[in-house]
Design a protein around this ligand. Structure first.
Ligand code: FE2
Length: 269
């Protein structure tokens, strides 16, 4: 496994903020760019991406890998992703542990998988294929789920951990998704945190509701994650109802304060 870069506290890169980021040099350590927004060569998005990349570290986050699908991996997508990664030199590349379509159709949603040995083997083989092609490890993010499969043979965290072990890939922990899934399926969110291998956790998302500020139980769970995983890269994610950049920077400062306090206690313990 590669050494863990200490990226610090980041935000999702959103079109609405391009100019503000360049003009104000905000207190943000890094940005997460949505892969799919930058796959078309030329144009305004790449122009801004390059300019912002010149000033900030970045990671790439995708929604189209469909690593759990039975369709063949999309070679065109992978080629474009590889090119983008060569251009951007992101600290890492991530996508979701899910499937997004079938029979060549993209359904534009992140669907859950049955947690079975068969699915572990299937996904792990595909992750290895992707990593070989890209020439780098990828991070898989846990999605929020609203259904479970009767066929499941293990917990979600065992499923994720087993895939990571077999494919030697890494983890993007979405704290909000753990909270939502724990609520929906009646498991203890701490069991999830305790059940994944700490050495593979590279990044967290601390909100994924996509349209509202972070809620208190999610901050509390983030604190638990810090206790277990230490100084892991943190990102505030917001997709809809994008507030002004300054508002997100304030929210990020709250994450910084929680992390400073929690990590100090952890070091003293
Ligand atoms: Fe997320």
């Amino acid at each position: 496994m590669t050494a863990q870069p200490a990226l610090g506290f980041g935000l999702g890169l959103r079109t609405d903020h391009y100019e503000d980021i360049l003009a104000s040099r905000p207190n943000i350590d890094w940005f997460e760019a949505l892969t799919e927004n930058y796959l078309v060569p030329g144009g305004k998005p790449l122009h801004y991406l390059d300019r912002i990349r010149a000033q900030f570290p970045m990671v790439l986050h995708g929604v189209s890998l469909s690593i759990g699908s039975h369709d063949a991996l999309d070679r065109e997508y992978l080629k474009a992703l590889k090119q983008l990664a060569q251009r951007l030199e992101p600290a890492w590349v991530s996508d979701h542990l899910c499937w997004t379509g079938v029979a060549g159709r993209n359904l534009h949603d992140l669907f859950p998988l049955p947690y079975t040995e068969e699915a572990v083997e299937h996904v792990a083989a595909r992750v290895r294929e992707v990593q070989d092609f890209l020439g780098r490890q990828i991070l898989l993010e846990n999605v929020s789920t609203y259904v479970t499969f009767r066929q499941s043979e293990m917990s979600e965290w065992e499923f994720l951990s087993e895939i990571c072990a077999r494919a030697d890939c890494l983890i993007l922990l979405d704290i909000n998704n753990i909270y939502v899934s724990a609520y929906n399926h009646g498991f203890d969110a701490l069991d999830f945190l305790n059940g994944v291998p700490a050495a593979r956790v590279r990044q967290t998302h601390i909100i994924d509701t996509h349209d509202a500020p972070v809620i208190d139980p999610v901050w509390a769970l983030y604190e638990e994650a810090l206790r277990r995983f230490g100084k892991v890269a943190t990102m505030i994610e917001r997709d809809d109802h994008i507030p002004p950049l300054a508002e997100l920077v304030t929210e990020l400062d709250q994450a910084r304060r929680i992390a400073a306090r929690t990590l100090a206690t952890r070091a003293a313990a």
